[in-house]
Design a protein around this ligand. Structure first.
Ligand code: FES
Length: 176
């Protein structure tokens, strides 16, 4: 009897040690992931940011968003999971009131590409029903932030978009 109790103790201690290590590891991850993302994000966003040609002004009908494709300056695990193409990025570019608007084509919930509806001028996310207005402001559904605006300009007769890496979402899927 006493031999059984003696052999059970080391086993119990081992189990408790493993449980303790596992719990400590999870706690370290819970703290480390958001802190790491916050520290790395600014450098990540700057990585390879550059102006990319996306057409000439005549390609864009005033008031109607047009999808443009350009080289991706950097990528994140988030982007890899949702776009499937690591080398290309897309944005919706609108010419309006003598200016330009460029919106990154990734829903700010979980990153799905959004679809533009010319009639209503809304952007709809097919994944979970997110809705954004013509300026990219989130109106309905899960997204808690507007579509990311990119720099856009006319330069030497070309329309150019300032490409950047996607912002990292926090643990609740909100952009930082
Ligand atoms: S990814 Fe767009 S609503 Fe969820």
């Amino acid at each position: 009897m006493s031999g059984d109790a003696g052999s059970a103790d080391p086993r119990r201690r081992r189990v408790l040690t493993l449980v303790g290590l596992g719990t400590g590891g999870l706690a370290a991850l819970a703290v480390g992931v958001p802190v790491g993302a916050a520290v790395l994000q600014p450098a990540w966003l700057r990585r390879g940011a550059a102006w990319r040609d996306v057409g000439v002004p005549g390609d864009f009908t005033p008031g109607v968003a047009r999808l443009v494709i350009f080289d991706r300056p950097g990528t994140t695990p988030h982007a890899q999971l949702t776009t499937g193409d690591l080398r290309r990025d897309t944005a919706w570019v609108t010419r309006e009131d003598g200016g330009w608007l460029a919106l990154q084509n990734n829903c700010l919930h979980l990153g799905c590409p959004v679809r533009y509806q010319p009639g209503s001028r809304l952007y709809l996310c097919p994944c979970h029903g997110g809705v954004y207005d013509a300026r990219g402001v989130n109106l309905a559904g899960p997204p808690r932030a507007p579509l990311v605006r990119l720099g856009v300009r006319e330069q030497a007769g070309r329309v150019q978009v300032r490409a950047q890496a996607l912002p990292l979402p926090d643990l609740l899927g909100r952009p930082r």
